[in-house]
Design a protein around this ligand. Structure first.
Ligand SMILES: C[S@@+](CC[C@H](N)C(=O)[O-])C[C@H]1O[C@@H](n2cnc3c(N)ncnc32)[C@H](O)[C@@H]1O
Length: 325
């Protein structure tokens, strides 16, 4: 059963225009940068799904493999009638797998910033699982947002796959984990995170040979043109992704191919040749490191599953019991 998307709690979730100041601050900073959430409009979400099926992009198939292999254990940990809350739901591909293995899940609450895609995917999940109440929430999960009143923290399994947590700085990731532990007292968290590994494997995953990741990254400039009245020439920028070993993170860049001035929302932004905008960080975590951060944020480690090649980890964490329990 599908309930229509909730009213936008945060207008920045709907359009870049509402986030103009934040975007201009990033583009006029000494190191130009934009938040990765801006990569996801409808086209960005479609391109991300294409990335997920590329041979070089190991994270999706590795995480799906772990979820399939350990589905019975995950269902046993979770128990019956759970409310599944997914942060950054995207295609809900992994959520479908999860809903299929849990014992009579009560509801599915996909939270995403990509409005049209969220509505489409939620409708599909509702059609596949008619007994599950599907309540899509259009919101930016890095800001305070409202959840459906029907959600009971103790019965909630927060599902946060795709290593989306890696897009936040380490400090913001720890903060989000502690906010979630507090908000979801008595509940659980199933967290999928990419592991630090050989730089060549990471480089290939973020610089695929078909150029889909490049199209995904450049779509951000097309989006700025459309929604903020900018005039980026798309072929004057190139995608690049480099692995920063020191910070254990991939840095996705849009590199200016020449000296140029670009108008964004009435402000002229100058680019030197070779200067770049950082459009995404994707932090990688050793499982022990992540478990330590989660513990410090208040979570208790239930289990950690890792694939045979130690590429990806899925952790099952429990929040402390409700204060009045
Ligand atoms: C890396 S994709 C993961 C998608 C899916 N969960 C998976 O595992 O394949 C990140 C998803 O989170 C959404 N997203 C990114 N930042 C967000 C934010 N701040 N608030 C809400 N959704 C966000 C994007 O629209 C996208 O669907």
């Amino acid at each position: 059963m599908l309930h229509s998307a909730r009213a936008v709690a945060d207008s920045a979730a709907a359009s870049l225009a509402a986030d103009r100041q934040h975007i201009l601050a990033g583009l006029t900073a000494p190191q130009k940068h934009l938040a990765p959430k801006y990569l996801y409009d409808e086209r960005g979400s479609q391109l991300f799904d294409e990335i997920c099926s590329l041979p070089e992009y190991y994270p999706t198939r590795t995480e799906v493999g772990l979820l399939r292999t350990y589905a019975t254990a995950i269902a046993a940990f979770t128990g019956p009638r759970a409310d599944v809350l997914e942060l950054g739901a995207g295609s809900s591909l992994k959520a479908r797998l999860l809903l299929g293995c849990l014992d009579r899940p009560a509801s599915y609450v996909p939270v995403d910033i990509s409005a049209a895609y969220l509505a489409q995917q939620a409708a599909e999940v509702a059609a596949t699982f008619p007994r599950v109440t599907v309540l899509p929430v259009l919101a930016d999960f890095t800001r305070p947002f409202a959840l459906p009143e029907t959600l009971t923290a103790e019965r909630t399994l927060v599902f946060f796959p795709g290593s989306t947590i890696g897009n936040l700085s380490r400090v913001r990731a720890a903060e989000l984990l502690s906010q979630l532990a507090e908000r979801m007292r008595g509940g659980a968290l199933l967290l999928g995170v990419d592991i630090c590994k050989d730089a060549a494997v990471l480089h290939a995953a973020y610089n695929d040979s078909r150029g889909v990741t490049a199209a995904f990254n450049l779509n951000l400039l097309a989006r700025l043109n459309r929604e903020l009245d900018a005039d980026f020439e798309l072929d004057a920028f190139e995608h690049d992704a480099v692995y920063d070993q020191e910070h254990a993170r991939i840095e996705m860049r849009l590199v200016s191919q020449r000296e140029q001035a670009v108008n964004v929302g009435g402000i002229s932004i100058l680019f030197r040749k070779g200067e770049y905008i950082i459009s995404e960080h994707s932090h990688k975590y050793a499982p022990d490191d992540l478990a330590r951060i989660a513990r410090a944020a208040g979570w208790h480690l239930g289990h950690c599953w890792i694939d045979d090649d130690a590429r990806f980890s899925v952790q099952y964490l429990r929040a402390p019991a409700a204060r009045n329990a």
